[in-house]
Design a protein around this ligand. Structure first.
Ligand SMILES: Nc1ncnc2c1ncn2[C@@H]1O[C@H](COP(=O)(O)OP(=O)(O)OP(=O)(O)O)[C@@H](O)[C@H]1O
Ligand SMILES: [Mg+2]
Length: 696
């Protein structure tokens, strides 16, 4: 039982003064019957009775990312109220002294009534909502648009966000990561040190304060965490370390769309590991991959971890966690008969197994008026699309040491007519690594003497024009007797053969996207492709930031060494969109139970007319809540049709209908959101039934 000291702490917590009293920590620690860390909210929660019947939802202001305070406030307020009324009822389920129970989850409230919460549904979605998740989130009242890509998280949506965050926190903590919170607005100096202030591009929101000093609104926090690490982690004895936070991000996306899926302001969990060496960093990375698998398993989403492009850093330690959904922006390549899985940006198109066949046809120039695509040319000539070759013209600008343009190289990239250029692979070619762009119309006309639509690798005059670098995809390099543009309007060449009609390409490389049916790079079968939404990314950073920002530790010999880093992101708010893309039907959202705003809803029919219904519904609510089910009682007095439609739209996994007729029969109708019919369950067994179904 707590003494008055605890009440003092409770009140300090309510007034948010605990943090300011850190200096008193040691003194508070001495107080009798107060936990070892009196300033930690969990201790307070643990020491307050959780099962007081009169605990009600409190409309307390919730600070972003301060879930523990929300829990603390709800529980503690009830306790204080009980005390004020002199209610000293002993709880029958008092916890054994000395055991610290887990705090109640943030969404747990002893009496959740729809009339006192906030349910706000819409019949129609706004016209700009293109995908199901955006439409349904708006209709179910989860979010409200403030500006392009900027949303308020409404109470119903915030419950989902808090559940997502809670799962992430638990698993990150379990994996040994330590939570902190870094600022949203960060001084530009740190970003100049890393080089990202200039390099980031227009997605980075740069702002000035009243003294004209530059700041950024963080899109991620590598700079700040590296700055913390270089100050705090001085010795090899302090490594490894993994810090994370769950914080608001801002990216001024070119095309914010799909609601929370590609917002400008969004919430991300980003973690950063610091290790002594690359082996240590690989272990930290592996621990995060495991944690991510646990996190996404717990969300109850269908996902795939795929190898991802690691950009300039290189190496193979970069994976994306992708939720499978047809509307996803990413293409996931996998081999159904092996473990191979990669983002299409990275997936290798292996060279054809067969050698180039000997030429069979003579070179011929064919009129192809107004046929500017490979498809049109193939149709006109009556040949398969796989006999045609597509020409893409790129440009790379050369610069001197001072960054002034000194000239431009024009590149002709060739892929088979039915294939598409992989721009990420193109950007890795020697000569294009430092940046490329598509050539302008006048650059194309200068170098090819013709417009797009009829371009090809056979140049007018004496063979190969050395001003253009020709890169052939591996498949194209193995082709013979192919068709390509003649660099003359309305004409294509047929029967084209390397070495005979034109020089061998300057470079043969993998520059195309793989297609379904291509051989798997691991030699274990053929590739399949599906779409996904990137919800998480784990990435080995090496010493990119620690070297640029001089984040070193002292090894056993006292020698400074750069720290090896990794970074690990999860798009908290994007997960809502991804989960809905994966789980919805014509009636609305179908949440996985773990992240649903409520696990169950009680729908009483005629609550405003029937005492029996009201009492039974309330008793059932309390019983379910006591059993640990996150349940809401719809006491708004809506007509059954409207009430059912609301909760189906919101996507609550279980619905229990309480009606006079059902009460007379002694059974209640329980229906899962995915089920087409209700099950009649004896009244006394409903709580156990729902609990059992939620448990899987
Ligand atoms: N604009 C956004 N809106 C919502 N979530 C986002 C957004 N951008 C990134 N995220 C989330 O943050 C995670 C980590 O960020 P990361 O820097 O890897 O994103 P990214 O690769 O730039 O994402 P994308 O390719 O979708 O733009 C992503 O896996 C994603 O879930
Ligand atoms: Mg990413």
């Amino acid at each position: 039982m707590l003494g008055p000291e605890a009440d003092l702490l409770v009140q300090l917590a309510e007034h948010r003064l605990l943090g300011r009293l850190a200096v008193l920590d040691a003194a508070l620690r001495e107080l009798p019957r107060v936990g070892a860390q009196p300033l930690a909210p969990e201790d307070l929660i643990a020491s307050v009775e959780q099962d007081d019947a009169d605990v009600g939802p409190e409309a307390l202001p919730v600070e972003h990312n301060l879930t523990p305070i929300l829990e603390l406030s709800a529980s503690c307020t009830a306790r204080v109220r009980a005390r004020k009324r002199g209610n000293r009822r002993r709880s029958p389920r008092r916890r054994p002294v000395g055991r610290r129970p887990r705090p109640a989850p943030a969404w747990s409230t002893a009496a959740m009534r729809a009339s006192r919460f906030f349910v706000s549904t819409l019949k129609e979605a706004p016209a700009d909502a293109e995908v199901a998740s955006h439409r349904l989130m708006m209709r179910a009242g989860l979010i409200k648009r403030l500006a392009a890509g900027i949303y308020s998280y409404m109470p119903m949506g915030l419950r989902v966000i808090r559940k997502v965050e809670a799962i992430i926190r638990e698993e990150m903590n379990r994996a040994g990561a330590v939570e902190l919170l870094m600022p949203v607005v960060q001084p530009a100096e740190l970003w100049q040190e890393s080089g990202r202030f200039q390099a980031y591009g227009p997605e980075l929101l740069r702002v000035k304060d009243r003294h004209q000093r530059d700041f950024v609104v963080q899109p991620t926090s590598e700079e700040v965490i590296t700055d913390i690490a270089r100050q705090e982690l001085r010795s090899y004895k302090q490594l490894p370390r993994n810090f994370y936070h769950i914080q608001t991000k801002f990216r001024d996306e070119r095309r914010p769309r799909f609601g929370l899926m590609r917002g400008r302001e969004f919430t991300m969990k980003d973690a950063y590991s610091f290790d002594r060496d690359a082996q240590g960093a690989a272990r930290s990375y592996a621990a995060m991959v495991d944690a991510y698998k646990r996190i996404f398993d717990r969300f109850g989403l269908q996902y795939r971890a795929v190898a991802a492009d690691s950009g300039a850093i290189g190496g193979d330690l970069s994976q994306e966690f992708q939720v499978i959904a047809d509307t996803g922006e990413d293409q996931l390549v996998y081999c159904p008969t092996s473990d191979y899985a990669a983002n299409i940006e990275l997936a290798e198109a292996v060279a054809p197994a067969h050698a180039r066949a000997a030429p069979k046809h003579a070179l011929a120039k064919m009129p192809t008026p107004d046929r500017t695509t490979c498809e049109d040319v193939a149709t006109l000539l009556g040949i398969p699309l796989t006999s045609t070759v597509k020409s893409l013209v790129l440009a790379s600008d050369r610069k001197d040491a001072a960054g002034h343009a000194t000239g431009t190289t024009i590149w002709l990239l060739l892929v088979r007519g039915d294939h598409s250029l992989n721009e990420v692979k193109a950007g890795k070619l020697p000569g294009l690594k430092d940046g490329w762009r598509f050539a302008t119309r006048s650059e194309i006309e200068d170098h090819f003497g013709c417009e797009t639509g009829y371009l090809g690798p056979i140049f007018p005059g004496t063979g190969h024009d050395k001003a253009v670098r020709v890169v052939a995809d591996r498949t194209v390099a193995a082709m013979s007797d192919f068709v390509c543009g003649a660099n003359e309007a309305d004409f294509h060449f047929t029967g084209v053969n390397w070495g005979r009609d034109l020089p061998e390409p300057d470079l043969v490389a993998d520059i195309r996207n793989v297609v379904a049916g291509d051989p798997s790079p691991d030699g274990q079968g053929v590739l399949a492709i599906q779409r996904g939404i990137e919800v998480g990314h784990v990435f080995y950073l090496g010493t990119k930031y620690s070297a640029a920002m001089n984040a070193v530790y002292l090894d056993e010999a006292g020698k400074p060494q750069p720290m090896e880093m990794g970074c690990y992101g999860i798009g908290v708010t994007r997960i809502l969109g991804a989960a809905i893309e994966q789980g919805h039907d014509e009636r609305g959202i179908v949440w996985p139970a773990a992240i649903a705003p409520f696990e169950a809803v009680i729908c009483p029919i005629g609550i405003d007319r029937s005492d029996a219904v009201r009492e039974a519904a309330t008793a059932l609510h309390d019983e379910l809540a006591a059993a640990g089910v996150d349940v809401v009682l719809d006491d708004r007095g809506e007509r059954p049709g409207a009430m059912f439609a609301d909760w189906e739209l919101i996507g609550v996994p279980w619905r229990v209908v309480v009606s006079e007729r059902a009460l007379k029969a002694g059974t209640l109708e329980v229906q899962g959101r995915r089920e087409t019919a209700a099950t009649a369950v004896p009244r006394a067994e409903v709580a156990a039934f729902v609990k059992g179904r939620l448990a899987g």
